[in-house]
Design a protein. Structure first.
Length: 340
């Protein structure tokens, strides 16, 4: 039975939160904005502000105006030399902004292309837009490489060792996963062909990639396909196919025949399922469904813990790092201890 996750602290903010950042150490980053009365603003982008909060006590270290505001595409994290990087829309197009970690001082800013999702690595930030995947160098703030190919549409990019794994759609309407070289952006291989109806989420940790998806029969062969059929038949949901599943694959080589592991989560109709997502850190996979959080070993799929996290079902954003869960609600940020 799931226990209630221990809340380390919560803090109310006088701003609407739209993004958060957390690493293994150092402060927590919170980005927000003040919505104007009536919800109207003369420009396309509402000005933002960025704050740093002590991860242990919840004390506000600083809050500063931020050139990146509220709009399409946003990411915040830590760059080279421990500085803060914020990527997103501004009144002069999309930018990557560098700020001092200890004070919030604006150091420099560089224009970048529009993106929808981004992930921070030690040397670069990988950004994903529908028509291209590109990397921004954390030191120079310039674009290091780009990847695009006719007939593909990109949804999410994650870093795993020396590779970037990307969930993508093909012309047939299916979705799959491809791999790029993290240093150059060169195409490496197709890990999963674009045959899945949807990839809800993609996580890379512990040397494996884990997909939150469905209809695994479209990509599995041999013994893995037999395991899937057995799991669906024995599932208490009583459905005829998997409507929500986890699939763990290696970061290289075709994984259609021999995935690392799979788990059928649901066989119910889609309209009966709660919203679900996945996140990962330090070899652990976290499955979020409503306000329920399950931790699994990413390499084996073995259960490690389960919690009820108050507010998780109303989250604006959610991140995990070093055994801590950072939850952002509309005007509140909380840290929970996830000891698994």
């Amino acid at each position: 039975m799931a226990s209630t996750a221990k809340r380390r602290w919560s803090r109310e903010l006088q701003a609407t939160i739209d993004g958060i950042g957390i690493a293994e150490s150092g402060p927590i980053l919170v980005h927000g904005y003040e919505e104007p009365p009536g919800g109207k603003w003369i420009d396309d982008v509402i000005p933002g502000k960025l704050g740093a909060i002590d991860r242990t006590t919840g004390s506000m270290l600083w809050m500063a105006p931020c050139e990146v505001g509220y709009g399409r595409g946003f990411a915040v994290g830590f760059g080279a030399k421990g500085q803060v990087l914020v990527l997103g829309p501004s009144n002069h197009g999309h930018r990557v902004v560098r700020m001092a970690l200890d004070t919030g001082e604006l150091l420099d800013a560089t224009p970048i292309s529009v993106f929808d999702q981004a992930e921070f690595g030690p040397e670069r930030v990988v950004c994903c837009a529908p028509q291209r995947v590109f990397a921004v160098d954390s030191s120079s703030l310039t674009e290091a490489w780009e990847y695009s190919r006719e007939g593909e549409r990109y949804h999410q990019a994650v870093l795993l060792g020396d590779r970037v794994l990307v969930s993508f759609s093909a012309r047939n309407g299916g979705q799959g996963v491809l791999a790029l070289d993290a240093a150059t952006g060169a195409f490496a291989e197709i890990l999963l062909p674009a045959l899945l109806p949807v990839v809800h989420g993609l996580v890379a940790t512990g040397g494996v990639a884990v997909l939150l998806t469905e209809s695994l029969d479209k990509v599995l062969e041999g013994a893995a396909a037999s395991d899937l059929m057995r799991s669906v038949a024995l599932h208490p949901g009583g459905g005829l196919r998997d409507t929500l599943s986890l699939l763990a694959i290696a970061p290289q080589g075709s994984s259609t025949a021999e995935p690392r592991w799979l788990q059928v989560l649901e066989t119910k109709d889609h309209d009966e399922l709660p919203e679900a997502s996945v996140s990962g850190d330090s070899g652990k996979l976290y499955l979020e469904r409503g306000n329920q959080l399950d931790a699994l070993d990413a390499l084996s799929g073995r259960p490690l813990g389960a919690w009820t996290v108050p507010g998780l079902d109303e989250r604006v954003d959610w991140r995990v790092a070093a055994g801590a869960g950072l939850l952002a609600e509309e005007e509140r940020v909380s840290v929970f201890e996830l000891l698994a």
